[in-house]
Design a protein around this ligand. Structure first.
Ligand SMILES: Nc1nc2c(c(=O)[nH]1)N[C@H]1C(S)=C(S)[C@@H](COP(=O)(O)O)O[C@H]1N2
Ligand SMILES: [Mo]
Length: 531
């Protein structure tokens, strides 16, 4: 029997072939979109655009939960989730297309429209070409679905639109040929897209390799001996770049070419607008400072804190050059809004940035050019403020404005306008549910209250009295401080609790607060069993 005249497919067979067609069409659409986006703009690809739009529309509580559950893998989980949803929808469309041929293709085009609208609506969208990846991908997917499901034939005897000659039979050979060719072509397109995107990133990679950080005019004092305790399990005093926590909304890490990078400073009260190149920035006097960065999404005892030696230009100097005055000196702008190449906005108090603290436009992290993940070529770092109100990575624009006039990204999503870092302390060792032996057990960790400093750390065993911990030497008030407590541990289950007192004499509050809206509070406890 000739393949082209086989009986029409029925029931489960028809649905299986339909689902397979749908998945193939979806794969082709995404692969073609990937290739086109690599040529147009990688950030305009449908997965990145829809993923970004999803992140922006996710309620703060859910986002916070996702960061907690998946940590730095939150974005991978999101993309896998989107792919899973798309796969199910593509199967459904494919099955539908075996009954209503045109409806399936129309459905694919609708998905293309969603992707295109998401891409055009992204804050970093550069124009209508951002719609191309989704549109071209959807056309490819729709055409393929039509071509595949047109070969299924009709059980009820009606002519399938695309299969006049084969009558109403199931064109198995034709289906397999088209499906195989499409799968191969899609895979080719996906690989070509990856290769093209990779070569585009090469310019940024090369520009980073070419960076030679000039010596700082104002060096950081060496980390004092005694600031770093030699205790197993304690956070190292300086966090290596590779271990530094990463929190951002970027689905693909922006790869910015330092050669074409520019920073613009403008807005209310700016008398001399400024546009700076990376080289111009490097020619300015550089300072080197140790600053601990913490995230507002860090739970009590959580990992989103890191300490690095940053090299950069003092932001206040640049602002002065532009004629900016802080509110206390009569300046009209009280909010500095930093904007990144990926459209993120973060708002810091102009007063804080200009009050003498080492607010930096950083170009170096622990002696290296900034890693791409941490904002290459330039980011902000402001001691004493949570990252989301200060630490803009991949920065390209600074606008002076007011808190009344503008709400940046996170503020639009229920986080506080102003967010100084809350005094915090963490037990690094022993770990929760550890089983140390009886006798002397080293309890140790870090405490931070950036720009106020840490004056005291106390440890409590069960409901006993607070015992003063031994503080490591202080580096600066802008860095965290290690501490340790030699505990004479007795057999049984115990709860260890820590609290810190900052440089103003204020003791860390016991009152539990969630991370939203302005940072978690409460004491960190660890339960252990002494054997
Ligand atoms: N462009 C951009 N900058 C950003 C963010 C972001 O999502 N996008 N996240 C901020 C937040 S919430 C924090 S805590 C710090 C984290 O910096 P890191 O990833 O280098 O540790 O970056 C800040 N800068
Ligand atoms: Mo953050």
């Amino acid at each position: 029997m000739d393949d082209a005249t086989q009986r029409p497919l029925r029931g489960i067979e028809r649905r299986t072939v339909g689902a397979l067609s749908g998945v193939l069409a979806g794969y082709a659409a995404l692969a073609v979109a990937e290739l086109v986006s690599a040529a147009v703009r990688p950030e305009a690809g449908p997965l990145v655009a829809v993923g970004g739009a999803t992140i922006d529309r996710t309620p703060a509580a859910v986002k916070d939960w996702a960061i907690r559950q998946f940590g730095t893998h939150d974005k991978l989980v999101l993309q896998l989730g989107i792919l899973a949803v798309l796969a199910v929808l593509a199967m459904a469309l494919g099955v539908a297309a075996t009954r209503w041929l045109r409806a399936g293709s129309l459905g694919v085009l609708c998905f293309g429209a969603v992707g295109a609208l998401a891409a055009l609506g992204r804050p970093d969208s550069t124009g209508f070409t951002d719609a191309l990846p989704s549109v071209v991908g959807a056309l490819a997917g729709a055409g393929l679905l039509y071509g595949l499901t047109g070969r299924v034939g009709r059980a009820d005897g009606a002519l399938a639109d695309g299969a006049e000659e084969g009558g109403t039979g199931w064109d198995r050979r034709g289906f397999l040929v088209v499906a195989g060719a499409a799968a191969a072509a899609s895979t080719g397109a996906a690989f070509a897209g990856r290769a093209l995107a990779g070569s585009r990133g090469q310019r940024a990679v090369a520009s980073r390799r070419g960076v030679v950080l000039p010596a700082a005019a104002s060096k950081a004092a060496p980390v004092p001996r005694g600031a770093a305790l030699r205790i197993g399990g304690i956070s190292p005093f300086i966090t290596p770049n590779d271990d530094f926590y990463r929190v951002d909304t970027a689905l693909t890490v922006p790869k910015v070419d330092a050669g074409s990078w520019r920073l613009r400073i403008h807005g209310t009260g700016v008398t001399d607008e400024l546009t700076l190149s990376f080289d111009a920035l490097l020619r300015m006097p550089l300072v080197e400072r140790d600053i601990t960065l913490t995230c507002v999404s860090n739970e009590v005892g959580g990992p989103y804190a890191g300490n690095a030696r940053w090299t950069g230009v003092r932001l206040a100097d640049l602002l002065e050059r532009c004629g900016v005055r802080p509110p206390s000196r009569g300046g009209p702008a009280d909010q500095l809004v930093a904007r990144s190449v990926d459209g993120m906005t973060l708002g810091s108090p102009v007063e804080d940035v200009m009050d003498g603290r080492d607010a930096l436009l950083a170009v170096g992290m622990n002696g290296q050019p900034l890693p791409f993940e941490h904002g290459f070529p330039v980011r902000m770092v402001v001691p004493g403020l949570y990252g989301y109100v200060s630490a803009c990575k991949w920065i390209e624009d600074i606008e002076l404005t007011t808190y009344d006039a503008y709400d940046p990204y996170w503020v639009k999503r229920d986080w506080a306008r102003r967010a100084p870092v809350k005094t915090a302390s963490r037990i690094d060792t022993p770990k929760p549910f550890a089983r140390p032996g009886a006798g002397t057990v080293m309890v140790a960790g870090v405490a931070w209250a950036q720009h106020r400093g840490i004056d005291k750390v106390e440890v409590r065993v069960d409901d006993g009295p607070w015992q003063e911990a031994r503080l490591a030497a202080e580096d600066t008030a802008d860095t965290w401080r290690q501490w340790s407590y030699a505990w004479q541990a007795r057999k049984g289950g115990h709860t260890l609790t820590v609290r810190a007192t900052d440089g103003t004499g204020e003791t860390q509050t016991e009152e539990r607060a969630p991370t939203i809206p302005d940072g978690a509070s409460g004491w960190h406890s660890v339960v252990v069993t002494v054997d």
